[in-house]
Design a binder for this molecule. Structure first.
Ligand code: NOJ
Ligand code: NOJ
Length: 573
């Protein structure tokens, strides 16, 4: 054993010096939980002024000021709390959960710079003051992961209430929140969002993945309580989201591209967090939903971890088979661009979830996609399925378990003696940096410890999902657009429309859409087009001999509304 493993913490305290990983976890677990709860209003000792159930991201009020409720952080924190409650591990958390429910009902009614409660567009707002009022300064908004993460926390609670025959509370208090959020996800998943790091506006893997999960959960709950009016629309969109999710995979480089925009490599903790927060204990190593032990998620993990080996001096000289500290993405400069506790812990969590899944399955499978990951631990290993009775399985899983623990050992090494977890630790010295007592850091430690102990969250129905052969190219919300054109024609001539959207035949005149002459000389047709989209089109005239006459240039252009229907009145040019 290397000396650094025997003496992982350079601290004046002899007690800490001799700590093993398991004694660190047993010391840190209650500290993390106490500190997590201390950041939740109204009773939390580090959350003065926060309303009941409001999670303060961090008690830090300057550089950075995190004294806000972020819907992402708060929902992830409450997912942990709900899991502790529904598993029976801590029933004392119920009052916090009910506070959270009441607070979310209030926040969903707050108009804010992302939109209005009446339109439901306010739900994309990322953060609020801790007194439940709108944050009005400029910010990266909207962030469309928040409503999805809130659905996941609340449906987990709802399912446990249903199992205990408390349908009334679910229908009256939880369903109204979930319904709004699910309609938001269903309507807006295909529109651009700021990513979870609040920097890049495009499509983002984490957001898409948690949106997909959340709609499946909302559909299951809707069916269970007989509130089925939206089920078919949500199912269509969930299938479309799952289809779109596949497009983030970069097959030649073996990783999941975090954002469709942003101009970076796209190697990002976004994708690791997505895998652990969409883990389903019944889904095995399914790659369609990027389960932690899927070949794609493992290949991605290796690319992600290795991207930090040369950027932090803390990591220098560490062998490829050993853990290193990791951050959001290697190009990061925020607060110095350091490793983060929650991202380093997420790596351990993904690996422990993978180990648990293989152990349940009684085997592990290596594909050509995951081979580079497994070769970290055995250079001679080849693709194939290895039963848990084989020596290859034993060799690999014990090495992976050591590697997985290594990420927690790094966090142990850079945890100060009071057990506090900030946002980051310095890339050269390892001292805590940025927001102190980050609530999300504590939640990430607690869920990573649970995964290591084999304490798993409930299934959300990922098993057996598949992607339809062709993905709808524009599957987001649509609006009805009626095209009227005044056109005089001679007998046998007909008017058609074609344009830039698939619903307008993508400029292919032979499949152009026919207009009706019922109100001649006004020709008319109504088509569904993507909402809030810029679309170009032209009318065409098909002659009796089959030849085509196009309207003159330039193309016509419309911008469709966000919802509802619209009529375009044109005259043939
Ligand atoms: C604050 C955000 O919270 C953080 O994620 C981001 O990196 C910085 N702003 C810089 O844009
Ligand atoms: C900045 C992080 O980038 C973002 O993900 C988080 O929501 C806020 N800080 C609050 O913790």
């Amino acid at each position: 054993m290397r000396l650094s493993l025997l003496f992982p913490v350079l601290s004046p305290s002899l007690l800490v010096l001799s700590q093993t990983l398991s004694s660190y976890i047993s010391t840190e677990q209650p500290i993390a939980k106490t500190n997590l709860l201390a950041n939740i209003g109204a009773a939390g000792v580090k959350a003065p002024g926060a309303k009941p159930g409001i999670v303060v991201a961090s008690p830090s009020t300057v550089n950075p000021n995190y004294y806000y409720f972020w819907l992402r952080d708060g929902s992830l924190v409450f997912k942990y709390i709900v899991d502790e409650y529904v598993s029976g591990r801590d029933t004392s958390l119920l009052s916090h959960i009910n506070d959270f429910v009441a607070a979310q009902t209030i926040l969903q009614g707050v108009d804010n710079p992302s939109g209005t409660a009446a339109a439901g567009t306010n739900l994309g707002e990322p953060k609020y003051y801790v007194n439940e009022t709108a944050f009005l300064d400029s910010w990266g908004r909207p962030q469309r992961d928040g409503p999805a993460l809130r659905i996941t926390a609340l449906t987990t609670y709802a399912n446990s209430l249903l199992a205990a025959n408390n349908k009334t509370f679910v229908t009256n208090s939880l369903w109204p929140i979930i319904l709004k959020d699910a309609n938001y996800v269903s309507s807006f998943w295909n529109q651009s969002t700021f990513d979870l790091w609040e920097e890049i506006q495009s499509s983002s893997f984490f957001t898409t993945a948690v949106q997909h999960r959340s709609l499946r959960e909302a559909i299951t709950l809707a069916n269970a309580i007989g509130q089925t009016s939206q089920v078919s629309a949500w199912t269509t969109q969930a299938n479309n989201i799952l289809c779109f999710l596949q497009s983030y995979w970069n097959p030649s480089a073996g990783y999941i591209t975090a954002n469709t925009g942003g101009g970076r490599s796209g190697i990002d903790a976004n994708t690791v967090l997505a895998s652990i927060h969409t883990f389903d204990p019944n889904a095995g190593c399914d790659a369609t939903t990027f389960q932690p032990c899927s070949d794609k998620a493992l290949s991605n993990l290796k690319v992600y971890v290795d991207s930090f080996r040369s950027v932090y001096s803390l990591n220098s000289g560490v062998a490829e088979s050993s853990a290193v500290s990791t951050g959001r993405y290697k190009e990061d400069v925020y607060q110095g661009g350091n490793p983060w506790y929650l991202t380093t812990l997420a790596v351990s969590e993904q690996l422990h979830l993978a180990l648990k899944t293989w152990s349940t399955a009684g085997s592990l499978t290596i594909t050509s996609t995951s081979l580079p990951f497994f070769q970290i631990f055995s250079s001679s290993v080849t693709a194939g399925t290895y039963s848990s009775t084989s020596s290859t399985y034993t060799t690999l899983t014990s090495a992976i378990s050591t590697y997985a623990d290594g990420f927690i050992s790094i966090v142990q090494k850079y945890t100060p003696s009071n057990g506090g977890l900030a946002e980051q630790f310095d890339k050269s010295s390892g001292v805590p940096v940025s927001a102190v007592d980050l609530t999300w850091s504590y939640a990430s430690a607690l869920t990573a410890f649970n995964a290591r102990a084999g304490l798993l969250s409930n299934s959300w129905g990922a098993k057996g999902l598949s992607v339809s052969g062709t993905c709808q190219s524009n599957a987001g919300p649509t609006v009805s657009v009626t095209f009227n054109v005044q056109a005089t024609t001679s007998f046998g001539e007909n008017i058609f429309i074609t344009g830039s959207d698939p619903a307008l035949s993508s400029w292919n005149p032979s499949s152009a859409i026919a207009l009706s002459a019922a109100n001649y000389p006004t020709w008319s047709v109504t088509v569904k087009l993507p909402a809030s989209a810029g679309i170009q089109y032209k009318y065409i005239r098909k002659e009796t001999d089959g030849s085509i006459v196009w309207e003159s240039d330039p193309n016509m252009q419309i911008t469709t509304p966000a919802s509802g229907s619209v009529t375009e009145n044109d005259t043939w040019r």
